[in-house]
Design a protein around this ligand. Structure first.
Ligand SMILES: Nc1ncnc2c1ncn2[C@@H]1O[C@H](COP(=O)(O)OP(=O)(O)OP(=O)(O)O)[C@@H](O)[C@H]1O
Ligand SMILES: [Mg+2]
Length: 609
């Protein structure tokens, strides 16, 4: 018993928490209150017109019956002009009135949709913009922790589910409440005893529909997940089609696809089975209400407490109530899903923009970058990647970071770019700890060529100018293309600088990608140029020319080269040699060649090739 009440409380807290998340939509509703209020007014109006129809039917049936029996018509019919006093006249008049009421109801429903659904589209638009803007303000640490698919889902799928709440769910709930209140009051006014009997099946209808739609929702969610699995599988197969083909692994992939597809089919079959139950349940319960109306109403007619017209009127009322009651379950699930999605959106919206809280501005590096006893690991459970790293990079110097693969070179670059924070120790830039700088201002002094190069499916020009901040940067474009040795290739591309790269256009070679990425970094003459393995895919001759060009272009600024090749760092003023996260040697190339056995051995090995 205790267990049950505990479960009940937990369930209630869960629902409350979910509903509370919908409160964060309040600000959007305030912005669009005009639409909401207009929508509500049209909902009331459309129901007023709808509720007129059954009494008209009652009056006309009763009138016709009186006429057939040769009795006197009620006074309000007799007040009408003469030609409405016979059967045809009554039928024509009531038909016309019903048509008019239905027409007016239709017009109001159109405006109701135009207000509420339009409001939901506005909210969806604002919400998407807000989320995207917020995503852009989040630090790289956030992106390191969360899956891209998850980020995408929240801005697309979850926003759509919230829209189903702000639009259809709000509209149906208002309409439903309004209609139930009006119709039930009208029925109670006519005959409260009969009304109570007639309405008994409706709560059962609502409950059973809730249960069926819950089962349907759970199955649909499952199907949705299966579908995304299939999509990811197909996407990955096509991205890796070269590997599939070169290892003749087609059959393996076909088998896997068939298995996923089979699961998808099975789940769909189970949804169809539940779906099949839906309509019979609804129809059976409506039938029951109608039967009760006819049976109890019929008895009352015999006792002269109810008219035949009343029975038809009640049947119309029951039909009017059926769909609102039937949609209760659907609306509840829309609200619940909307609330769950909003909570997922809020989880990300509540993440504060960036861990850099500093306000200091920096224009350029004028003194030094200092790594002061820096230790770093990616997670507390993982081993140290950098241990007691100390070094100084002077402004306007060329600095080399050399090391074997996995020694922690890219990690140093990521620390410098503020993607991660040191686990212990400090990084000082011009004597001030990095985190005291404003992130935008700090990133502005770096030109970073990362080891994993990413180019957008956009024109070559836009890819290079992505970091350009001023007209001067834009004017640098031609010079930078020269500098990164891209001129020849660009001439050979079909549309020159306007050639689109990536899936929609041409694919660049590894070396071309590196040079585009270098051009992108150089275009704004960065105070600190940081190239992580950015020269690895070009031949030795091009590497020498590139380095000379970069030196000339960036002569007043600081350059940091990261590589496993001594040839890349040998002209640097200072080189640190990293092994398993520790600096094992440091000094100029000349000094290291004289003093370090390790360095000499590496040099000899690399010169063999
Ligand atoms: N995001 C990450 N999470 C956990 N461990 C990581 C992560 N990135 C890198 N590592 C680990 O940190 C160590 C150093 O990696 P890093 O990328 O800095 O090496 P590197 O010197 O740049 O190597 P390479 O020359 O191959 O580019 C490696 O052992 C790697 O497995
Ligand atoms: Mg690396």
């Amino acid at each position: 018993m205790l267990d049950l009440s505990q479960k009940y409380t937990n369930f209630n807290t869960l629902i409350l928490r979910r509903l509370r998340s919908l409160l964060s939509l309040f600000k959007y509703f305030v912005n669009y209150k005009r639409y909401l209020i207009t929508g509500f007014l049209f909902i009331i109006l459309s129901n007023i017109f709808a509720i007129f129809i059954p009494p008209i039917v009652r009056v006309s049936i009763n009138g016709v019956l009186l006429k057939l029996n040769g009795d006197n018509l009620p006074k309000y019919i007799e007040l009408l002009p003469e030609y409405f006093h016979d059967i045809l006249g009554i039928a024509l008049l009531s038909g016309g009135l019903i048509l008019l009421a239905a027409l007016l109801k239709g017009v109001c429903m159109y405006f109701m949709r135009m207000s509420v659904i339009v409001m939901s589209r506005h909210i969806e638009y604002d919400q998407k913009n807000d989320i995207f803007k917020h995503y852009q303000s989040l630090g790289q640490d956030f992106y390191a922790k969360n899956y891209t698919g998850d980020l995408m889902n929240r801005i697309s799928d979850d926003v759509s589910k919230v829209r189903m709440f702000t639009g259809p769910a709000i509209m149906y709930s208002l309409n439903l409440t309004c209609m139930i209140l009006m119709v039930v009051s009208m029925m109670l006014y006519i005959n409260s005893a009969i009304t109570i009997y007639v309405l008994v099946p409706l709560p059962i209808l609502a409950l059973s529909i809730y249960l069926v739609s819950d089962a349907m929702n759970r199955r649909s969610d499952h199907i949705q997940k299966r579908l995304s699995k299939i999509t990811s599988f197909v996407q990955e197969t096509f991205s890796g089609i070269q590997v599939v083909k070169s290892y003749a692994a087609e059959n393996y992939f076909i088998r896997d696809f068939e298995r996923l597809n089979q699961d998808y089919k099975n789940d769909n079959m189970s949804l169809v089975r539940v779906n099949g139950v839906f309509m019979p349940v609804v129809l059976a319960l409506i039938g029951m209400s109608i039967l009760i109306t006819i049976y109890i109403g019929g008895n009352a007619v015999v006792q002269d407490k109810f008219s035949l017209g009343n029975i038809v009127e009640y049947i119309i009322y029951v039909n009017m109530l059926t769909w609102p009651v039937a949609s209760l379950g659907y609306v509840t699930s829309l609200v619940q899903r909307g609330a769950a999605s909003q909570r997922r959106i809020d989880e990300f919206m509540d993440v504060s923009p960036s861990e850099h809280i500093g306000k200091s501005k920096i224009e350029k590096l004028s003194n030094q970058i200092v790594f002061q006893d820096v230790w770093f690991r990616y997670d507390e459970k993982l081993p140290w990647v950098l241990q007691a790293v100390n070094f100084v990079i002077d402004a306007q110097s060329n600095f080399g970071i050399l090391g074997t693969t996995g020694s922690g070179k890219s990690t140093i670059a990521k620390l410098l770019m503020g993607i991660y924070k040191p686990s212990k120790g400090h990084i000082l830039i011009d004597g001030i700890p990095m985190q005291e700088y404003d992130r935008k201002s700090l990133n502005g002094i770096f030109g970073y060529v990362s080891q994993d190069i990413f180019l957008f499916s956009d024109t070559l020009k836009n890819n290079i100018l992505i970091g350009a901040r001023s007209q001067i940067d834009h004017n640098n474009l031609d010079a930078v293309i020269n500098c990164s040795e891209l001129e020849g290739e660009i001439k050979s591309f079909p549309n020159g600088m306007e050639t689109v790269l990536g899936e929609r256009g041409i694919t660049l070679s590894g070396g071309q990608k590196q040079r585009v990425s270098i051009a992108r970094a150089l275009v704004r003459k960065p105070s600190i140029l940081l190239i992580d393995n950015g020269l690895s895919a070009v031949d030795t001759k091009t590497e020498v020319t590139l380095k000379q060009n970069i030196k000339l272009w960036n002569s007043d600024n600081t350059s940091i080269f990261i590589s496993h090749r001594i040839s890349t760092v040998q002209d640097c003023d200072q080189v640190i040699f990293l092994d398993q996260g520790k600096i094992v040697e440091s000094g100029s190339h000349k000094y290291l060649m004289n003093s370090s056995e390790l360095y000499k051995r590496l040099n000899a090995k690399q010169s063999e090739f």
